[in-house]
Design a protein around this ligand. Structure first.
Ligand SMILES: [Zn+2]
Length: 313
């Protein structure tokens, strides 16, 4: 049994959102060291504020300043902070009901250990030294023994309000492709493409997933396919992707490698984009050290007959 592969896999993208009047005021307030809530129609103050009343769905715009001190309503100890979390040392996740608010805000409490945290303890905002209009403008909460702090008297009106934020989303995995795809990747390292045949329907899966989703049985027979194949369908890409050094327009195609029971996808080059067509015969082009073909190029053979790939679109 060959070794099953493992590798880190990071999926990361920036998410840009506009804030609207309530979130804009809330985040701009944090930048100015002011915590704003919003008053509901029945008089409760929600912190963090929302645009619509969660009970009546009424639009809410009545911003109210609350104090930077409050009470922990519940908590959980985090002994192993992960990259990007608010504190690098062990801390407590806390829900804090700020003085003047009726709901609780999720944040973190800097405390020496779980024995020093309890529900009902009093805490105070520690402001970040550099503030940009983000929830991280509150660096964390600290234990606090004093009287409730007084609001600053802010009206909720600020010069140069924050109107949008960029939230980086990041998923950090250790990925293992399993037995079938490990064999597929090992073969690709030798510039060979290996699929697996279903013992019942005889379909050859490329890349193999280890089982036939139609028959529900394991696939074990390895079958080398390609290297040549047929373009079954394609699209012309006109939008340049970030961090991708390919000039647009270019063609991305479904390619049925000879002997494969379904198409994989790859870029077509070595031919003007507007001359790519269904049935075009192509072969992989490898670059030094790569684990996947860089692209596919025309072989010069006559186009494949439609009936030979009509089931592989
Ligand atoms: Zn099958």
């Amino acid at each position: 049994m060959p070794e099953v592969l493992r590798a880190p896999l990071v999926v990361e993208f920036p998410f840009t959102r506009s804030l609207g009047p309530v979130q804009s005021a809330f985040l701009t307030g944090l930048r100015e060291r002011v915590v704003l809530g919003v008053r509901t129609t029945d008089g409760r103050v929600l912190v963090p504020p929302v645009e619509y009343d969660p009970v009546t769905a009424d639009e809410l715009r009545d911003l109210v300043e609350v104090a930077p001190t409050g009470t922990v309503t519940t908590w959980a100890w985090n002994p192993h902070p992960r990259p990007g979390q608010p504190l690098a040392t062990p801390f407590a996740w806390v829900l804090v009901r700020l003085d003047g608010a009726d709901t609780s805000l999720l944040h973190v409490l800097d405390a020496p250990g779980p024995d020093s945290v309890r529900t009902g303890m009093r805490v105070r905002v520690r402001w970040a030294a550099t503030r940009t209009g983000a929830i991280t403008d509150i660096a964390c909460f600290d234990p606090y023994g004093g009287a409730p702090a007084q609001p600053s008297g802010s009206t909720g009106e600020f010069a140069d309000p924050v109107t949008g934020i960029v939230t980086p989303a990041r998923l950090d995995y250790t990925y293992t492709p399993g037995r079938a795809q490990s064999a597929y990747l090992d073969a690709l390292a030798e510039h060979r493409t290996v699929g697996e045949r279903c013992p019942q329907c005889r379909k050859v899966y490329v890349p193999p997933r280890g089982a036939c989703p139609t028959c529900g049985v394991a696939t074990t027979e390895q079958v080398e396919v390609g290297p040549r194949g047929t373009v079954t369908t394609f699209c012309i890409v006109n939008i340049k992707a970030r961090n991708l050094d390919i000039e647009v327009p270019y063609v991305y195609a479904h390619i049925a490698l000879d002997g494969a029971g379904l198409a994989l996808h790859g870029r077509i080059a070595g031919i003007p984009y507007d001359q790519v067509r269904m049935g075009l015969r192509v072969e992989p082009v490898w670059t030094e050290g790569a684990r996947h073909p860089d692209h596919y190029r025309p072989t010069g053979e006559p186009d494949a007959d439609y009936d030979t790939y009509r089931e592989l679109l």
